[in-house]
Design a protein around this ligand. Structure first.
Ligand code: 13P
Ligand code: SF4
Length: 315
């Protein structure tokens, strides 16, 4: 029997109350998931929300590393990922063993890992970062050499902004790779007055065509505060739902209709309801990996509060 979205949404809200749960959704989630969520945001925002919640259960509508980050920050809570197969191919491009081998090659480098990485990789890293704070975290580092994993494009963008000596890992996001410079040029021709905003996971040739390079929340803030009436959006297309909802008078044009992350789209209302009913699938990061990974994540959150924690110092 197919349950229509409205009763399904009511059933989810009812179960959510019974479970004392909070629903967190990434900006790339399907529109109906964004609409049922308590918070919609980028990776940084959602990890802050997870860290601050008083709920017993966190339903993470996103991908596996995001649910892991919530578990790292909230070990006493039940963290659910409604489809356990929702992974991130970029996060899978480096393992803890790969990173340990690279660290042996570069023993003096500070290791900065993009949040799009496994808990095991975070546990081997000195600092975590997201696309919203990567530049600030790297800028704050008083180190001669930095190893940045796994996104080579975010890493090279940060290198171009900070001038730091950054060694890159050859990872990438297959979804952002589908945004080709030719597509952006064609959109610019079609909408000559539009502002081009792209995510730093895009390839450098696309970044070179952009007016602004921003995280997904950065893009939401920009859309709400700038005078731009037309924005060409160089990131996963799911964000257009939130942008249009919050700015009904503005026009948002996807840089490429091919920029769809199949993993983000695995989360459906049906699966959210089932996971709340069954309290599964659960994502729980075991010790000692959790505590080691937490140091890197806490250093990132501390940097956002203006605190600086050098490597090796407990927060
Ligand atoms: P942000 O929302 O943190 O900018 O990240 C984009 C992303 O690719 C998440 O997987
Ligand atoms: Fe991973 Fe890219 Fe999907 Fe984000 S958009 S979850 S980086 S594959």
């Amino acid at each position: 029997m197919t349950i229509h979205p409205a009763p399904l949404t009511s059933a989810i809200l009812q179960l959510k109350r019974e479970r004392n749960a909070v629903i967190l959704a990434h900006n790339y989630q399907l529109p109906e998931i964004q609409d049922v969520a308590d918070f919609v945001g980028d990776s940084l925002d959602l990890s802050r929300k997870a860290a601050g919640t008083t709920a017993d259960v966190v339903v993470f509508c996103g991908v596996h590393f995001m649910a892991e980050t919530a578990s790292i920050l909230c070990p006493d809570k039940t963290v659910l990922l409604p489809d356990i197969r929702a992974g991130c191919p970029m996060a899978d491009m480096i393992t803890a063993e790969d990173l340990r081998a690279k660290k042996r090659e570069l023993p003096d480098a500070a290791v900065v890992c993009y949040v799009n990485s496994s808990a095991e990789v975070k546990a081997e890293s000195d600092y975590c970062c997201t696309s919203a704070n990567a530049e600030a975290i790297v800028n704050n580092l008083d180190r001669d050499q930095i190893l940045f994993v796994p996104d080579q494009y975010l890493g090279s963008y940060v290198r171009s902004r900070t001038g730091k000596n950054i060694e890159l890992w050859p990872g990438f996001c297959p979804t952002h790779m589908r945004i080709q410079p030719e597509a952006v040029l064609a959109r610019k021709k079609e909408y000559p007055r539009a502002t081009v905003v792209v995510h730093p996971e895009c390839r450098p040739e696309v970044i070179a065509l952009a007016d602004r390079v921003l995280s997904t929340n950065g893009l939401v803030t920009f859309a709400g505060t700038s005078d731009a009436e037309e924005i060409i959006v160089g990131t996963e297309v799911g964000i257009i739902h939130r942008l249009s909802k919050e700015n009904p008078r503005k026009r948002f044009i996807p840089a490429s209709d091919l920029a769809v992350c199949p993993n983000m789209k695995r989360i459906t209302l049906d699966k959210v309801m089932t996971s709340l009913r069954e309290l599964a699938p659960e994502v729980r990061v075991p010790e000692p990996v959790r505590s080691r990974a937490r140091l890197a994540v806490d250093r990132m959150l501390a940097a956002g509060r203006g605190e600086y924690a050098p490597r090796g110092r407990q927060l």
